[in-house]
Design a protein around this ligand. Structure first.
Ligand SMILES: [Fe+2]
Length: 294
């Protein structure tokens, strides 16, 4: 068979870590055959100190790896509380103070694992070329843009609309190779039930909790005739508050959407500790994914 038809890149996608990461994970991935690792963010869980410990451990990976910051990364507990709880919203801008410094510390702790946001990377793995477009960092989902003051200062993004414009500009810089999006939260437009792939399960009212800027970016890319192979994200844990399970992946209009947030990703199964990640395989024209427990 023609070589071009059999070539494939394999990428390990690690969903929201939330501190479930240790030396055995490092050893597993270092001896794996993955061409690259993508972390969808949320290394930490309310405390930055322990999140930095996870980041230092990730720094021991010997495979090319990138990580987009989640809403738990670079935010202290009070700041996260102000972003989440309506009664504390009035404090959320003031708590952005120091986020730049906290993110720099995280970046340093990660070593050669790149902490990425609002960026486009030309990637070539095992003969497969693609544009990796990294979306809005620290997304909390829903209609509001979290960490707005920080995003405005660091990226010039001060609204959902300007975030969408920023992503569209990144897409305009892509070459003819297909696109893969890396985000913390997935796009809106994929369901408004609590157990939809990015549906809201923590309010009485079920609703779509996806990111509108990302939905618009995917539409923009497709409107230009670009192939969007996959969108990789997490944030909305697969097991919902009511104990249902959202899908870990769906295929729509030629794009594979992956929600990798199997939390906790360390779990006892049949008496043994198992560790979760998603294996993403890209060819020139297709993306497929499967859940792996090792
Ligand atoms: Fe999150």
């Amino acid at each position: 068979m023609n070589d071009a038809l059999t070539q494939a890149a394999t990428i390990g996608v690690i969903g929201d870590v939330h501190l479930f990461w240790d030396a055995e994970d490092v050893a597993f991935f270092n001896q794996s055959n993955y061409d690259m690792l993508l972390f969808v963010g949320d290394l930490a869980a309310y405390t930055q100190v322990r999140g930095l410990g996870v980041a230092r451990s990730l720094g021991k990976l010997r495979i090319p790896a990138m990580c987009i910051p989640g809403n738990h990364d670079g935010l202290h507990a009070l700041q996260l509380g102000a972003e989440i709880a309506p009664r504390a919203h009035r404090f959320r801008n003031v708590f952005c103070q120091g986020q730049d410094w906290r993110c720099t510390n995280l970046d340093r702790a990660l070593g050669h694992v790149k902490l990425v946001a609002y960026s486009r990377h030309r990637v070539e793995l095992s003969g497969i070329a693609f544009n990796l477009v990294v979306c809005r960092p620290h997304s909390i989902g829903g209609r509001r843009v979290a960490c707005l003051r920080y995003l405005a200062k660091k990226y010039g993004v001060d609204s959902m609309e300007s975030s969408s414009a920023r992503l569209k500009a990144l897409i305009d810089r892509c070459d003819d190779a297909p696109i893969v999006f890396l985000a913390h939260n997935g796009p809106s437009g994929l369901g408004d039930r609590a157990d939809s792939i990015w549906g809201c399960d923590f309010r009485k009212q079920e609703e779509d909790w996806g990111d509108r800027d990302l939905e618009e970016a995917v539409r923009h890319a497709k409107g230009q005739g670009r192939a969007v192979l996959a969108t990789v994200a997490g944030h909305m844990h697969r097991r919902t508050k009511s104990g249902n399970h959202r899908p870990g992946q769906i295929q729509k209009d030629g794009t594979l959407y992956i929600n990798a947030a199997e939390v906790p990703r360390h779990r006892i199964k049949q008496g043994a500790m198992k560790r979760h990640h998603v294996e993403l395989t890209l060819t020139r024209t297709t993306a497929t994914a499967k859940d792996i427990w090792v």
